[in-house]
Design a protein around this ligand. Structure first.
Ligand SMILES: Cc1ncc(COP(=O)(O)O)c(C=O)c1O
Length: 393
């Protein structure tokens, strides 16, 4: 494999130079376009994208049916408000409910992961009239007031709001014994990522999710699965809920749902949907025709191209063959995989990038995150394996 020079590190622009808010630690990479699973940079590099823009590019780049769906809808009807009937909106909601297959039959479309969680939490607090939410240590749910309140560590790092909008209690990951003491009559909801994404691709034990389900049903709290990152096929199942065989009351999802077009959704069980009253929820852009056309196309493509199967196969291949070089173990599921590293993940990430492969880091300083497009092939995993071998332990 050819080594690619990264002497051309892109310096951070000075404040004001590019008129952007400088709030991101930038990678030494300027992407100009992309095809399939490859990114092309302004300095002529071709990078294998195993990170997919934080798990978004589920179909890679320029998938002809994705492009066609967007183009066709843009010509037909680019936007209309939620207060007029639009066929593609009904079709997208029906398609998503069918794809999920868990009797979460009512869909509310919004625009981002945080917004989906914000709405899910609001619904839970409103319908149970309880005032507390239980979350899990290591979680990431977004940066808005409610989503940030249930994000582990946010208040110390970046939360910014003077107080959280409700009481929050965190329990340790997988700690079944902690559930009973935390989830009580005062608890409106438990929110959990079945596989923690930002935390490091950490899959929750099945028994933990089952125990949460049991306790929520017993108490009358709502169980919310945040599948913003792990949903819509990323585990090789429609949702992680399908993989675990545990059905929550609400699923929130985003990222792969639009595969590059911003769209998110809140999927509701019938008993939650029945509580909805006029004006309880609302959005201008959510459920726009473009987003809905893309949802329908993405789900069709995932099914028509057997991508759930491909996700499972490539995941198994990574687990079986990529325990080489600095990788000492794997965690997660499907193409939300964490490679545990013997050296700081940042170093391994930089070495992989030098060798033309973009991966992700995570909240765990010794975990590299693989969030590859569902369309990666055997040869791409072999490239990852060879690069890891080349880096050495
Ligand atoms: C599990 C999870 N929930 C919520 C969010 C927030 O999504 P967004 O950045 O679209 O608001 C993220 C983003 O990474 C996520 O991984």
């Amino acid at each position: 494999m050819s080594l690619i020079s990264t002497t051309n590190i892109i310096p951070m622009p000075r404040f004001g130079d590019d008129h952007l808010a400088h709030v991101y630690a930038m990678l030494p990479l300027e992407v100009v376009d992309a095809q399939g699973v490859y990114l092309n940079t302004n300095d002529g590099r071709r990078i294998l994208d195993m990170y997919g823009g934080h798990a978004v590019a589920a179909l890679g780049y320029g998938h002809p049916r994705w492009v066609e769906a967007l183009t066709k809808q843009a010509k037909a009807l680019a936007f209309q408000t939620n207060v007029v009937h639009v066929d593609i909106r009904r079709r997208a909601a029906t398609r998503l409910a069918q794809f999920c297959g868990l009797d979460l039959d009512t869909v509310f479309f919004v625009n981002s992961g945080a917004e989906a969680n914000e709405n899910a939490l609001k619904l839970a607090l409103k319908s149970t009239k309880a005032g507390k939410v239980v979350a899990v240590e290591g979680s990431f749910h977004g940066r808005t007031a409610a989503a940030g309140a249930v994000t582990w560590g946010a208040q110390k790092k970046w939360y910014g709001f003077p107080r959280t909008p409700f009481e929050v209690e965190f329990i340790p990951r997988g700690d079944i014994a902690a559930i009973e003491g935390a989830v009580k009559d005062d608890t409106a909801a438990v929110i959990v990522e079945p596989i923690q994404g930002v935390g490091g691709a950490i899959d929750m034990p099945k028994e933990f999710l089952q125990a949460l389900r049991h306790r929520c049903s017993e108490i009358g709290s709502l169980l919310i699965f945040d599948e913003v990152q792990c949903g819509v096929g990323r585990t090789g199942f429609p949702f992680a809920a399908n993989m675990y065989g545990v059905t929550p009351d609400i699923i929130t999802t985003a990222k792969a749902l639009g595969a590059g077009f911003p769209v998110s959704a809140v999927l509701l069980a019938n008993h939650v949907a029945m509580e909805l009253k006029m004006d309880d929820l609302g959005t201008t852009f959510g459920g726009g025709p473009m987003a809905c056309a893309i949802v329908e196309a993405v789900l069709d493509i995932i099914e028509d191209e057997n991508l759930l199967d491909n996700v499972q196969k490539r995941s198994a291949q990574i687990r079986e063959t990529c325990l080489v070089g600095p990788v000492t173990g794997t965690q997660g599921a499907g193409l939300l995989l964490g490679l545990k590293t013997s050296r700081p993940a940042k170093e391994v990430h930089a070495e992989l990038l030098k060798r033309g492969i973009l991966t992700g880091t995570s909240g765990d300083p010794n975990v590299i995150r693989i969030l590859a497009p569902f369309v990666i092939q055997r040869e791409h995993v072999e490239m990852l394996r060879d690069a890891l071998k080349d880096i050495g332990a």
